[in-house]
Ligand binder design. Structure first.
Ligand SMILES: [Zn+2]
Length: 246
């Protein structure tokens, strides 16, 4: 085993707080398409709708709902990969560990310590009103209201109902951002898994961790703009990395 893997393994087995930061690469071994290496053209036929367009016209809202339902369908039956499970085992062993994720697929879900998983970009399983606090599950709401001309709120009667994924141009949840910031600042080790770290403000957390002297580890198939920041960079599939450290 080379020294990088040895060091990584000892960090994972150690007691110092770890904050994981994951992107689409984490779910690739669960069979989900990566936005950038989109071989089947899934994202091409489900082009994301900008938040501004969602607000402004009903055609875009329809498209947005269709996209989210297509993603829902795509991931139904997908099961967590070994790395997802490893992260959750480590969180359950030490609740100072956190997992910040850009993924909306729910494969990272931790039933024992749900608050230690921070979904920056929301998730596709729930939807809610943009005006009041009404919420529902995506599939239940869709089944009930799919024949309506527009997805309007049954509670306040005027708000738009949107799936709880964060669209381009939509603000991230301030509460989640703030907890993710704290988790990054307190981490002794900050481990990136399967993210190219190209999306802002998601990629700001690595800077916070670095400024607070965390050890930075980047596990990603391709190079990232933050590789110079890192103490360890391993460019490989997470599955292969898992085999080295299990
Ligand atoms: Zn409402």
């Amino acid at each position: 085993m080379n020294t990088y893997f040895k060091t990584l393994k000892s960090i994972l087995e150690g007691k110092d707080a770890i904050t994981f930061f994951s992107g689409a690469g984490l779910s690739v071994s669960s069979g989900l398409p990566d936005f950038r290496s989109d071989k089947d053209g899934f994202w091409k036929s489900n082009t994301p709708v900008h938040f501004r367009d969602f607000i402004n016209n009903s055609e875009s809202r329809k498209k947005s709902w269709e996209n989210n339902l297509a993603i829902h369908k795509k991931i139904s039956g997908a099961v967590p990969a070994k790395m997802h499970n490893l992260i959750n085992e480590l969180i359950n062993k030490n609740t100072k560990n956190f997992h910040i994720t850009q993924n909306i697929d729910g494969l990272h879900k931790n039933t024992e310590n749900p608050n230690n998983v921070l979904e920056l970009h929301g998730n596709i399983f729930n939807c809610g009103c943009l005006t009041c606090s009404f919420e529902s599950t995506t599939l239940d709401f869709y089944e009930k209201y799919k024949n309506e001309a527009d997805m309007l709120c049954p509670s306040c009667l005027e708000g738009l109902i949107k799936v709880k994924t964060i669209s381009f141009g939509q603000s991230l949840d301030q509460n989640i951002l703030s907890i993710a910031h704290q988790a990054s600042a307190k981490a002794k080790n900050f481990i990136v898994m399967g993210s190219s770290l190209k999306v802002s403000p998601a990629n700001s957390f690595i800077k916070v961790a670095k400024a607070n002297e965390a050890k930075i580890i980047i596990l990603n198939k391709d190079k990232t703009p933050f590789d110079d920041y890192a103490d360890i960079v391993i460019n490989d599939d997470l599955e292969n990395i898992y085999e080295q450290i299990k």
